[in-house]
Design a protein around this ligand. Sequence first.
Ligand SMILES: [Zn+2]
Length: 156
Amino acid sequence: MVKKLIDVAEGIVRADFEYWVGKYMDKFYERLEKQQFIAIKCPSCNKVYFPPRKVCGECFKTIPLENCWVDLATTGTLVNFTATNYSVMERRKKKNEKTTIIGLIKIDGSDTAIIYPVLDVQEKDVKLGMKLDVVWNKKIAGSPGDIKGFKPVGGT
Ligand SMILES: [Zn+2]
């Protein structure tokens, strides 16, 4: 005897969903909403993560959610960068006339770096090690998009 195990139904399945970023990133985004930076410090090896993470990438210990948070300034140092005439977000767009600087920025007081545009600077004036300060977007929503980019401290 053969038993039929599978039925096939064709059509569109609508599946609305929401996801939660977790307790660590939730606290991080709460602070971004207040236009502040917060990091988490591993109590075992003292590495400071911005943005925070639950497990230390250095010593692999779980970082407790309580009593390990560190307030940071909104300034940092440019540790690497690239210059591009192509849009990062719109892959179908043709080459732009304007060059965008994408920086790897180590926030002061942290041991990790984040990637954001470096604003208000010409490519010829970008220098590794230059001090940068955050530029907030006009619309703040408690998300990575709250940060528009970083600009040189005191101009170029
Ligand atoms: Zn650690």
